[in-house]
Write a protein that binds this ligand. Structure first.
Ligand code: ATP
Ligand code: MG
Length: 569
């Protein structure tokens, strides 16, 4: 974790942030000074449309779009769609939706590597003509044997010295569908003894009969990612190709292609990918979780995907702040997921309206309150932002409180409700518990009989009497029923990828409460609104399952220290 960046955040005045410098910016500053790219900054975000974007991609998006914006440059969105067997338009669509939601705009610069398939084919032909690429008939197993290991050099393929004419002829036949899938590949002719395995005559084209989501059945051969990626950056005139560290060892190969083809060279810069504890980030694993139904979908609120975080209640601002806070480093590290939660809490604390909701209701009847009376009590919408104003909440003879806020046999320092004891109802009265009603068979507490003290109405001159605890409540006849989903981490260990990650799934990562009672004002809540349920955390409507008349709320994140806050007031 980049400690200095975290300390740089001015907690008193969070808006007054200075974008911290980092090594990527230093490289760009230097390039601008030396006029390396004619003063231009042009980046790109290059997802492969084989899954939904996750919080790691968000780091890369914020970096690429953010850097372009701060240097008055531009950033492309480019789909690196070279593997039709794993790709899908569903992913293409979701990726665009997620980037837009994060607040970034590629304007008219949406590209696809598949737009360049004709050009890439021509480049491959050029390499063949230069004697720098050959068609190889070794099968996958043999290829592996010939490749050598990290400590032993590889061996030249017996097909390495085919003539240019034969290679051209075979490559055209590959294109024209004359050979079986996987029976031949086109390989770059580099160096089978190179200490860098990527340089040992890597495949650049393979035979694959798969329908591509954009080019349909036009192609039976597809370029390999490593061939297409660097060349696509070159075609687009990208100045700084920012990518994650694992591509460092691929850079010499990308440079080799550009040099041999004598085309424009972007500058590749590698940074450390984001890892979060208690989280898996590999798309392959996330896809498995979806396909094997460990979660309800890519946008399950427990997933680290952008769509999952959105559905859970995260805001774009909180994710962008998180990305800025973690900074960019050159060495791999793991960030504490609590920092992500902190970013959300910090954002919503400033602007989420407060409401009252009872998640596990216990009925309370005021024996001394008039039967049909209803009072409208004034409640503050956001103590952190008084411009948010106030609202009226109804109070009546029967209310619900949180089951947990009552103990028949309270431990020491239990400042909530217990027999014979008093507590304040938020924005209402001080009440006292007179008797407890239980289910005769189960012994379960079913309701409380209380009295309220009419002299203690909040906000009035007489309200001054102090009691130790304040609890939230909802008027029973006015309450709206809701389902509430509480989430915990999807994995129960810090590093789920250290073993069989599925064996580390947290069995209680989702708790569904079906009988919650919320303030009547929440009937008009909208999906993109976030609320603080007092003392319970930040919540939003579930975008998939909530319906008018059948509200479903997700808890985005808990409050850090609910008790300390309530008692201060
Ligand atoms: P795969 O596992 O399929 O290779 P990927 O996570 O690398 O997936 P891409 O679609 O290739 O997915 O990623 C698009 C861009 O996002 C790349 O530039 C990649 O470097 C960056 N990226 C991916 N994962 C992370 C991460 N955890 N942190 C930062 N950037 C990431
Ligand atoms: Mg990738």
């Amino acid at each position: 974790m980049n400690e200095s960046n975290i300390n740089n955040v001015n907690e008193e005045n969070p808006e007054n942030k200075i974008t911290p410098s980092n090594f990527v910016r230093e490289i760009i500053d230097e390039d601008l000074k030396t006029n390396k790219f004619g003063g231009k900054v042009h980046t790109r975000f290059p997802p492969e449309p084989n899954g939904y974007l996750h919080i790691g991609h968000a780091k890369s998006i914020c970096l690429n779009f953010g850097i372009a914006a701060s240097y008055n440059g531009v950033c492309n969105l480019r789909f690196d769609d070279t593997n039709p067997s794993k790709e899908d338009v569903e992913y293409v669509d979701s990726i665009q939706e997620d980037i837009r939601w994060l607040g970034f705009d590629w304007e008219d610069r949406k590209f696809y590597a598949s737009n360049y398939f004709d050009q890439l084919f021509e480049y491959a032909v050029q390499l063949i003509k230069k004697g720098k690429a050959y068609v190889c008939d070794l099968n996958a197993q043999q290829m592996k044997e010939y490749r050598g290991t990290l400590t032993e050099p590889g061996k030249d393929s017996p097909y390495r010295n085919r003539s240019v004419e034969e290679n051209l002829d075979l490559f055209i036949k590959m294109r024209d569908g004359e050979f079986e899938d996987g029976s031949r590949v086109l390989r770059a002719k580099i160096d089978m003894a190179s200490p860098n395995m990527n340089m040992r005559d890597p495949a650049i084209y393979r035979i694959l009969r798969a329908t591509h989501h954009r080019t349909g059945d036009k192609w039976r051969i597809y370029p390999m990612y490593d061939f297409a990626h660097g060349i696509s950056d070159s075609i687009e005139g990208i100045t700084h190709s920012i990518c994650t560290l694992e591509f460092e060892a691929h850079r010499p190969l990308y440079d080799w292609f550009l040099d041999e083809l004598e085309i424009y060279h972007p500058q590749q810069i590698e940074f450390a990918r984001l890892n979060l504890n208690y989280t898996v980030m590999s798309k392959r694993k996330l896809l498995e979780l979806v396909e094997q139904k460990y979660v309800s979908g890519w946008n399950d609120p427990r997933m680290p995907t952008i769509s999952g975080l959105r559905r859970r209640g995260y805001t774009p601002e909180s994710i962008r702040n998180f990305a800025e806070r973690i900074g960019v480093a050159k060495r791999d590290n793991t960030i504490n997921v609590a920092l992500l939660e902190h970013s959300l809490r910090e954002d919503l604390n400033k602007r989420a309206p407060r409401v009252m909701a009872v998640l596990r209701p216990l009925k309370v009847i005021f024996d001394n309150y008039p039967e049909n009376q209803v009072e409208e009590l004034e409640a503050i919408n956001n103590p952190e932002d008084l411009s948010a104003g106030t609202r009226n909440i109804p109070f009546s003879k029967v209310i619900y409180i949180e089951h947990d806020d009552f103990r028949e046999d309270p431990p020491k320092k239990f400042f909530r409700l217990s027999p014979g004891n008093e507590v304040r109802l938020r924005y209402a009265y001080i009440i006292k518990c007179e008797s407890v009603v239980k289910d005769e068979k189960t012994g379960e507490i079913t309701e409380l009989h209380c009295t309220y003290d009419p002299e203690t109405k909040s906000g009035t001159a007489q309200s001054g009497r102090k009691v130790k605890g304040t609890i939230h409540w909802v008027s029973a006849q006015h309450a709206v029923n809701a389902e509430v989903r509480l989430y915990d981490r999807l994995f129960s260990v810090e590093d789920p990828s250290s073993g069989d990650y599925k064996s580390f799934l947290n069995q209680s990562s989702l708790e569904t409460l079906n009988d919650c009672k919320v303030e009547p004002g929440l009937l008009s809540a909208k999906v993109d609104e976030r609320f603080q349920f007092e003392r319970q955390g930040y919540f939003c409507l579930d975008s998939e399952d909530s319906k008018p008349g059948a509200l479903v709320f997700n808890r985005a994140v808990q409050l850090k220290d609910a008790w300390a806050k309530i008692e201060k007031k």
